[in-house]
Design a protein around this ligand. Structure first.
Ligand SMILES: *Cc1c(COP(=O)(O)O)cnc(C)c1O
Length: 191
């Protein structure tokens, strides 16, 4: 369970920590840094996932702060991450974001380009790819997209699949998701 803490009040985050939750997701480097830099000291077993779009000029900060990068979606970013991880000697596992609905407004690698991109990341950059991530189209049956993701993940023999949010996590689990990213269903509406 990745508890998505973006834009939630601190007292709710602290309650989740007190209840034993240790894996959290944030979608902005700046906001995550403010919230988690101090709490990291208190909770050494914290695992922070970056689940929102990453600009290359934020890569250094992201590699320093996060433990898992879920949003690798283009060659330029993969190259920047590889370079920065080597610089910091901090090799974070990462997921390739897949644009499973092939939506023009969404980021992510198109399904038919996934094989080539995964190979590029692994072979050319030696990046530790561990899984796939998607944000499927809203307002349609997400089931077909989840099924496709499961197929793609097995095809690449990757261990992890990050899919499923508050509205569709049960469907995602049925389709062998290994990480669900849930915000509002745990913490309530975001500000
Ligand atoms: C905000 C967000 C979530 C959580 O959404 P909820 O509907 O509140 O569960 C999950 N994944 C990503 C990528 C997000 O940006």
């Amino acid at each position: 369970l990745v508890a998505v803490s973006k834009r939630q009040p601190d007292e709710k985050i602290d309650a989740a920590l007190a209840a034993g939750q240790r894996v959290f997701g944030e979608n902005r480097v700046q906001e995550a840094s403010q919230r988690w830099t101090g709490r990291r000291v208190a909770y050494s077993d914290l695992v922070l996932h970056l689940i929102g779009p990453l600009q290359t000029n934020k890569v250094a900060e992201a590699v320093e702060l996060f433990d898992v990068i879920e949003v690798v979606d283009r060659e330029k970013l993969a190259r920047a991450l590889a370079k920065e991880m080597a610089l910091q000697n901090r090799y974070l596992p990462f997921y390739i974001q897949v644009n499973t609905g092939e939506e023009p407004q969404k980021s992510g690698i198109l399904p038919d380009q996934l094989d080539g991109f995964a190979q590029f990341c692994k072979d050319e950059l030696a990046l530790p790819v561990i899984g796939l991530m998607c944000i499927p189209p809203v307002d349609v049956k997400t089931d077909i997209y989840f099924k496709e993701m499961s197929f793609l993940k097995n095809n690449l023999a990757l261990p992890d699949l990050s899919m499923g949010m508050s509205s569709d996590y049960l469907e995602a689990i049925k389709n062998s998701s290994t990480y669900v990213r849930i915000g509002s269903k745990i913490f309530g509406k975001r500000s």
